[in-house]
Design a protein around this ligand. Structure first.
Ligand code: GAR
Length: 230
């Protein structure tokens, strides 16, 4: 039996599309049964409808600071669809600790940085300011703290010296579209185990994959000062 999944969005919904596409495969262990947006103007809603996925809009604005009120309405919609797992895809609304606790271990989020680095707003700007040479994206279980929680899958890209937040975001989003379906596949197939703050994956073998950035620095470049080993 496929696990029943709701995707929650607030905007463009490109990760939502990646999840919907992946779930079309016959052997994918989850099905997307509903897309819920907290904004009526979310562009992702039309994309979900075009894929034949039912959509629901629950505007969060009228609830103001009444998070529990919004969540009660959301929970009703999830119950009506017998939702078992939730994927947040650019869902820009914070949850109460109670809602997060209720869905702990069953709710995933994606964030465009290698968490725990650069949570919150403008992660690509934060990464460039920090001068990291490798960045990426993270799918994690949701906990009350924003953009934190047991890490399920990460994917990395190298950062170029001339990257802007926009060029970096354009490469990272490609990674996001690969790792989110993979994370949902692992969760829905029952291959994830939570050990405290750490998520373990059944059948996860050590790999020798290595990413070094910058990979080649010209030894003849005048601006490069070689550091002798040892
Ligand atoms: C994605 O880059 C996602 O990682 C990010 O919002 C974007 C939504 O794009 N989420 C966060 O920053 C969460 N803190 P999408 O609507 O095209 O999937």
């Amino acid at each position: 039996m496929k696990r029943r999944v709701a995707i929650l969005i607030s905007g463009r919904g490109s990760n939502m599309v990646a999840l919907i596409e992946a779930a079309k495969a016959e052997n994918f262990p989850a099905e997307i049964v509903v897309v819920i947006s907290n904004r009526a103007d979310a562009a992702g809603l039309a994309k979900a409808s075009a894929s034949g996925i039912p959509t629901i809009v629950i505007e969060s604005k009228p609830f103001g600071k009444d998070r529990a009120g919004f969540e009660a309405r959301l929970q009703r919609a999830l119950d009506e669809k017998n939702v078992e797992l939730i994927c947040l895809g650019g869902f820009m609304r914070l949850f109460t600790a109670e809602f997060v606790q209720r869905w702990y271990g069953r709710m995933l989020n994606i964030h465009p940085s290698l968490l725990p680095c650069f949570p919150g707003l403008d992660p690509h700007g934060q990464a460039l300011k920090a001068g990291v040479k490798i960045s990426g994206a993270t799918v994690h279980f949701v906990i009350p703290e924003t953009d934190a929680g047991p890490i399920v899958v990460q994917g990395a890209v190298v950062v170029a010296d001339d990257d802007t937040p926009e060029t970096l975001a354009a490469r990272v989003i490609q990674i996001e579209h690969q790792i989110y379906p993979e994370a949902l596949r692992l969760l829905a197939a029952g291959r994830l185990t939570l050990e405290g703050d750490v998520c373990k994956t059944a059948g996860n073998a050590a790999s020798d994959g290595t990413l070094i950035s910058p990979r080649q620095v010209s030894a003849t470049s005048a601006s490069v000062k070689e550091i002798p080993p040892g």
